[in-house]
Design a protein around this ligand. Structure first.
Ligand code: GTQ
Length: 348
C-alpha cells in the first residue's frame, strides 16, 4: 500500500471516530471469530491463600457496614475492577461472623451460595430461613428479599464462609439491574424452615401449583443428599469418561436448571480417574468439595485441593484427574447459551 493511501485511510479513520463511526473491516475477525476467543484466562484461586484475606476483612469492616462483606474473585484476563470471574459470571467469598446480619435486600441478579466452611449460619428467602452447612447449594432467586445471619458466639456461632455465584456481569451487559434495600435488616418470616423442601423436594409438588417463576422453589439443596446420589451412582453405573458421575441441580417444577441464568452441577470422580478432554461454549466456575487432583484447562495445569476455586473459559479444552475420590461443585452460564441455541460441546 502506498504511504499516500495509508495517510488518507488514517485521516479517514480519525474522521470516523469523531463522527461516532467505525470501519468494520479492521475488526471483522475479532467481532465474528471462527471460534470463541474469551478474554478470560484459566485461573485457580487456592483457598489456603484466599482465606487469610477473607478473615482479615472481618477485622476491618462489619457485615452491617459492608452490607455484603465479600471478596470478589476477578479474572486476571479482564481489567482490574471488572468484578467478573467469566464474561458473564461473578464469584465472591462472603464472610459472616458470629452475631452478624447481612441486611435484607433484593435485586434482579440471581445468586447462588455454596457453603465452604462453618455451620449454623442462615439465609432467609421469601419468608423462610434455611440453615447452611458445608457443601449445601442455596439459591436466592431474582427479586426475592434475602438476608443472611449467623448465631452469636454464645449460641455456638462460628465464622461461616461461602462462595457467592451471581450473574452480575450478564445483567450488567443487559442493563437490567434493579435493586432495593428492605426497611428491616431481617425480613419477616412466615414459613417454618423446611417448608419449601417439603413442598418441592421429594419428587412431588403441591397439586395446584402453577409455575410462574423460572427459578426453583427449592432454595436449599443439602450436600448430604447430593453426595448420597453421587455415591450410589458411582457404585452402580459405568462412569462417564469425561465427567465421572455428574448431576445437574434442577428446578423440579420445570425440569430445567435451578436458575434461569446459571446451571449448577455436582460431580464425583473416583480415585485414579483420568478424564478425557472436553470443551463447551459455556464458561464454568468449579470449586472442590472433597479430594485432590489436577485439572488441565487450555495450556494451564492446576493441582487442586478442597475449597480451591478454578475457572474454565468457553471452548478451552478441559481435562480432570483425581488422585483421591473427588467431589466438584460447578456453575456456568449454560442455560443462557442453551436458550439462545448457542450451546456447543465437543468431547474428544
Ligand atoms: O448476598 O446478596 O457476593 O447482593 C454480591 C452481591 C452477594 C448478596 C454478593 C450481593 C450478594
Amino acid at each position: 500500500m502506498t504511504t499516500d493511501l495509508q495517510e488518507k485511510r488514517s485521516e479517514y479513520y480519525q474522521q470516523l471516530t469523531e463522527a461516532n463511526l467505525a470501519p468494520l473491516w479492521t475488526s471483522l475477525h475479532t467481532l465474528v471469530p471462527p471460534h470463541p476467543r474469551p478474554r478470560i484466562v484459566p485461573t485457580i484461586w487456592k483457598y489456603k491463600e484466599l482465606r487469610p484475606y477473607v478473615m482479615h476483612a472481618g477485622e476491618l469492616i462489619t457485615a452491617k457496614e459492608a452490607v455484603r462483606r465479600v471478596l470478589i474473585l476477578e479474572n486476571p484476563g479482564l481489567p482490574a475492577g471488572s468484578a467478573s470471574i467469566t464474561s458473564t459470571l461473578y464469584a465472591g467469598l462472603q464472610l459472616i461472623l458470629p452475631g452478624e446480619i447481612a441486611p435484607s435486600h433484593r435485586h434482579t441478579q440471581s445468586a447462588l451460595r455454596f457453603v465452604m466452611e462453618g455451620h449454623g449460619a442462615w439465609t432467609a428467602v421469601n419468608g423462610e430461613k434455611t440453615t447452611m452447612s458445608p457443601g449445601d447449594f442455596i439459591i436466592t432467586p431474582s427479586w426475592n428479599w434475602h438476608d443472611h445471619g449467623n448465631p452469636s458466639l454464645e449460641n455456638g456461632g462460628e465464622p461461616v464462609i461461602w462462595l457467592d455465584g451471581l450473574d452480575i456481569p450478564l445483567i450488567q451487559m443487559l442493563d437490567a439491574g434493579f435493586a432495593e434495600d428492605n426497611v428491616q435488616d431481617e425480613q419477616e418470616l412466615f414459613k417454618q424452615e423446611g417448608f419449601s423442601y417439603a413442598s418441592f423436594g421429594y419428587n412431588m409438588i403441591p397439586v395446584r401449583h402453577e409455575v410462574k417463576d423460572p427459578t426453583s422453589p427449592i432454595f436449599s439443596y443439602p450436600y448430604e443428599r447430593s453426595r448420597e446420589a453421587l455415591y450410589q451412582l458411582l457404585r452402580q453405573e459405568a462412569i462417564d469418561e469425561w465427567d465421572g458421575v455428574k448431576l445437574k441441580y434442577i428446578n423440579p417444577t420445570t425440569g430445567g436448571s435451578a436458575m434461569p441464568t446459571m446451571a449448577t452441577f455436582m460431580q464425583l470422580l473416583p480415585a485414579g480417574f483420568k478424564g478425557r478432554t472436553y470443551r463447551s461454549s459455556d464458561s464454568t466456575v468449579y470449586t472442590v468439595v472433597e479430594g485432590k487432583g489436577k485439572v488441565k484447562i487450555g495450556d494451564s495445569v492446576f493441582e487442586f485441593e478442597p475449597k480451591d476455586i478454578f475457572v474454565a473459559p468457553s471452548w478451552q479444552p478441559v481435562q480432570l484427574e483425581a488422585d483421591e475420590e473427588t467431589v466438584l461443585f460447578s456453575y456456568s452460564d449454560r442455560p443462557v447459551l442453551s436458550q439462545l441455541g448457542l450451546l456447543r460441546e465437543k468431547r474428544d
